[in-house]
Structure formats: C-alpha cells, structure tokens
Ligand binder design. Structure first.
Ligand code: NDP
Length: 322
C-alpha cells in the first residue's frame, strides 16, 4: 500500500442527505469539510424515482436531482466532494487525537474530526424477477413510494415491525394489501400485529414466500408459495414492497466504535457523539427507527454542530495546557 498522507479538519463519510447536510453546516462554520461519496454517490435516494415528502418541494422532486442539488449546495460553501470509498479506519481514543482513514485501500487521510453518514442498505430477497423490477413496482420503502399505488392492490414481504408498520401505512392508501410472512407467526410487537389484524384490507398469509414477481417492465402480479405445502398461487398486484430489514453500512467501524447487535452505531442521547471523541454519526447508520431523508438531514446538521462544539473544547483544552 502506497502511503500518501494528507491532513483534513473535517472528514465526512457518505453522500446521502445526512452527509451533505453535515457538509453544508460544517462548511458554513469554516470546518473545511472534505466529503467522500462512497460507492453510491447520492446514497439511497438515487434509487428512488419521485421524492414527495421532503419539505420544500411542493411538486416533488426526483431523488437523483435532489441529491445533485444537495451536493451543489454543499460545494457552494466550500465543501470538497471526492469520489472514493473509505475502506479502513483507525480512530483515536484521545480528545484532540487524529483519526486515520484509508481511502480506496491506497491513500491515508488524517482527520481531526470524522462525521459518519454511511447510511444503510435495504435488504432484498435477491431473486432475479425482484431485482429486475426494482424501480418498476418493487420498492423497499412504503413511506417513499406507497402513494403511487393509491387505490391499487399491493403486497408486502416481512413479518417484523417495519413490515407491520408499512402494511398499515399502505392499507390507508391502497385497496388491498397482501402481507407475506415466512413463518407461522410475525416477529412484530403484539401492538403492531394487533393493528395489522384490525385492518380489514390487509390479508396476512403465513408460511408464505415469494416464488416469482410477475411482469415484464412493471409489476403485474405475484406468484406466492406456501413453504409448508409447496402450493403456489398467483395474485394480481401492481406494487411489491420488501420490508425484511436493513443493514447499516458500518462494517469498517467494527471493533472501533460501539454498535448494537445489528451494526447500528450507538450515539449518546440527543447527540451524534459516538464512543470516540471527535467522531460523530448521523443518518441511517445510527437510526433504525425513522430512516427518512429528512431525519437523516436533521442528524447531519446535528453532527456538524457537535463537531463545531468539539473543536471549541479541543481549543480550550489546548489553551489550558499551553
Ligand atoms: P426485523 O429484522 O425485525 O424483521 C425482519 C422480518 O423480515 C422478519 O419477519 C423476518 O422473518 C423477515 N425476513 C427476513 N428475511 C426474509 C426473507 N428472505 N424472506 C422473507 N422474510 C424475511 O426488521 P425490521 O426492519 O422489521 O425491524 C428492525 C428493527 O427496528 C427491529 O428491532 C424493530 O423492532 C425496529 N423497528 C421499530 C419500529 C417502531 O418501534 N415503531 C418500527 C420499525 C422497526 P423471520 O421472523 O422469519 O426471521
């Protein structure tokens, strides 16, 4: 590995709403942010078509355009946006310590503060027909895309709290929701199960999985299979929602930062502080409950403000020592 050292004041990892909002605030506070985009510049929203629920866009906006505008806004205040993937980190335990970050397995960047906005990725079933129809009726976010299926028949896969919550959300908009649960019971909390069962237009199919998503360009139906009897059945739907969990993109921080059993970074309450001084976490990498662009942007703002306060603490400590 060729080591080429560079020192930056604020390093932001990730280019979703959290990363760019952190960059806007950090740049305006003169924290001289350098932002690495990661493998999917713009993050999860670039895989969405229309974003209708981000405040300030009365006519809605398509995800890629919104992310380009967020980037331009961050750059307008001096953020340096770089294409690159952080592949390893060596985070300091000391207040005022320097964090070492490896970019693309080749270059080392030293950072005084690090803001993590690496996001999360929705899990998919990974069957060919589902992958082919992503964006053509297959979605992993009912709150983002449910509205497009107003008055139509849809299906949702999963039996956890997310699936139950999204099924209830869809039931308010859609004519009928078929919910596929692979076991003979749901993992969701009793309260959420009760809510699902109380809605007349949700039909829960237990022991049921997706056999194939039907449709050429767009979803037209679903072939389900009962995993106990092997019996297959087709239903006509226009939308299929996958709600089988998310995976936070935090593998590179394992062993360095505190995280929960599923890999979400743990931050102090009402703060973006992680378990290491000068390292802050924002967006879906630390949020498994809300997972919205607007909440990610909110915590990105918090991370930049927390970083600014951290610099003030470090400076006052240095003044006391000298
Ligand atoms: P979970 O991991 O809790 O549930 C995932 C669900 O998807 C399970 O029912 C699982 O089935 C099913 N599943 C997984 N893989 C497949 C597959 N290949 N095919 C079919 N089904 C599959 O994820 P959630 O996103 O629901 O929740 C994550 C966390 O967030 C949980 O702790 C949850 O409580 C929390 N949460 C809380 C909310 C709230 O408090 N309002 C709202 C949303 C989430 P199986 O049970 O068989 O493994």
């Amino acid at each position: 590995m060729s080591e080429q050292l560079e020192r930056v004041k604020t390093l932001i990892v990730g280019s979703g709403p959290a990363g760019y909002t952190a960059a806007i605030y950090a740049a305006r506070a003169d924290l001289k942010p350098v932002l690495y985009t990661g493998m999917e510049p713009g993050g999860q929203l670039t895989t969405t078509t229309e974003v209708d629920n981000f405040p300030g866009y009365p006519e809605g906006i398509d995800g890629p355009t919104m992310m380009m505008q967020l980037q331009q806004q961050a750059e307008r205040f001096g953020t340096e946006v770089r294409i690159g993937m952080i592949t390893a980190v060596d985070l300091s335990d000391e207040v005022g310590g320097i964090h070492k970050v490896t970019v693309d397995d080749s270059k080392i960047v030293e950072a005084e503060t690090v803001i993590i906005s690496t996001g999360a990725s929705a899990k998919y079933l990974n069957i060919p027909s589902e992958q082919r129809l992503r964006g053509g009726g297959v979605s992993a976010c009912a709150v983002c895309d449910g509205f497009f299926y107003k008055g139509q028949e849809v299906a949702i896969v999963g039996g956890g709290d997310t699936a139950a919550e999204e099924a209830s959300y869809l039931a308010n908009i859609c004519k009928k929701v078929t919910m596929l649960v692979r076991k003979d019971e749901m993992r969701a909390s009793k309260a959420m199960q009760h809510r699902v069962n109380s809605l007349e237009n949700i039909e829960v199919r237990y022991n049921t999985e997706v056999d194939e998503v039907i449709g050429d360009q767009v979803v037209e139906g679903l072939r389900m299979v009962n995993n106990q009897t092997g019996e297959k059945e087709e239903i006509a739907i226009t939308g299929l929602f996958i709600a089988i969990g998310h995976k936070p993109n935090t593998d590179i921080f394992k062993g360095q930062l505190e995280m929960d059993e599923t890999g979400y970074l743990i931050t102090e309450p009402k703060s973006t502080k992680t378990s290491k001084p000068g390292v802050f976490a924002s967006g879906d990498a630390q949020d498994k409950i809300y997972r919205q662009a607007i909440t990610a942007a909110g915590t990105g703002c918090m991370a930049a403000l927390d970083a600014e306060r951290y610099f003030a603490t470090v400076e006052s400590k240095e003044t006391l020592v000298s």
